[in-house]
Design a protein around this ligand. Sequence first.
Ligand code: PLP
Length: 386
Amino acid sequence: MKATEVIGEWQVPLTDIQVSEEDVRAVLDCLESGWLTMGPRTAAFEQALSEFTGAPHAVTVSSGTAALHLACLAAGLGPGDEVLVPAFTFVASAAAIRFVGATPVLCDVISPREFNVDPADVARRITPRTRAVIGVHFCGYPAEAAALRALCDEHGLTLIEDCAQAIGAVLDDDGRQAGTVGELGAFSFFSKKQLCVGEGGMVTTAAKELADRVRLLRSHALTSSTWDRHRGHDPAYDITDIGFNYRLDEPRAALGLSRLPRLADGLTARRATVREYRERLSDVPGVELCFDEGAVERASHFAFPVLLADRERRDRFREDLKAAGVQTTWYPALHTFTEYRSFAPADGLPAASEVGGRHCALPLGAQMSAAAVDTVVAAVRAAAGP
Ligand SMILES: *Cc1c(COP(=O)(O)O)cnc(C)c1O
């Protein structure tokens, strides 16, 4: 299928996914090798990911959701434990807490404009049962990592970073990347994410024992891998826990390995488009930009959200953009979903509720043409206003 068939009727789709001839060749080579899962390409991809992120250990898994699940298990979370998580995120951040029988405690974001979790709200919701914080770098904008780290250290909590939308985001002036400040980081290689292979994910950590635990649990808690056995090591194995099949297969590892060297340029291109959007949209009445220039420079730009005056205008704005052929999306706050309604704290989540109702994410990709940006800017200008 050609890219145009996927794009369908949209003049400017939400994002672009371009698979190069080299990528296709890498996958074909893998298929022709006859080794289809947990082999040399997975090992090489993990090594390259560790170098890219600066995390000492990178363990690939079958999805970002699997990465969060294994991070929660490796952190030792279970029934009776409370885990703090922002209310404004994708549902998997909170579902992973529930997979292990722990309780998500929804926290508010700083403001609709700075929509990452508010460390002050996190601090307020710590109880004797709190065991961990899942910090989300939402839309690729780095969360307040230093403040979350300090809170976790002070209260003896584990920090898990949900980096599913944030590969390559920079957290501080030292250039530390997302996934290196928490005890564990969880990444996604889903098709819409900045580094995509279709379905896939990874757990990062600096602690060898946590990496070993994630490796064990991703493959049935088997004490040796098929690749080890193939190479004549460890002919016998034991089962030491309840494990899963959360392995990434070799064709996807091959695709990731082929695509990873282009990721940095892709993030630079996304940032350049965001800067252009901000310049050209800063004077549009009724359309508010999120975060500040400093955050823009450190973010890895999964999405480009803007704020409208209220829900009604946001919905109308999206309709107008749709009519102009411009695809948009938005994320509801978790406590507005049926399954998560009961997790809303009694004192409410005003900023998360507000940003859920007011934001709209515009098209953004690594290969957006100048014409596509022009189309979006013109459509936004036409749709904005009273
Ligand atoms: C995509 C995403 C996930 C889940 O990743 P999958 O690979 O789709 O399972 C988790 N958290 C956030 C914030 C995401 O955007």
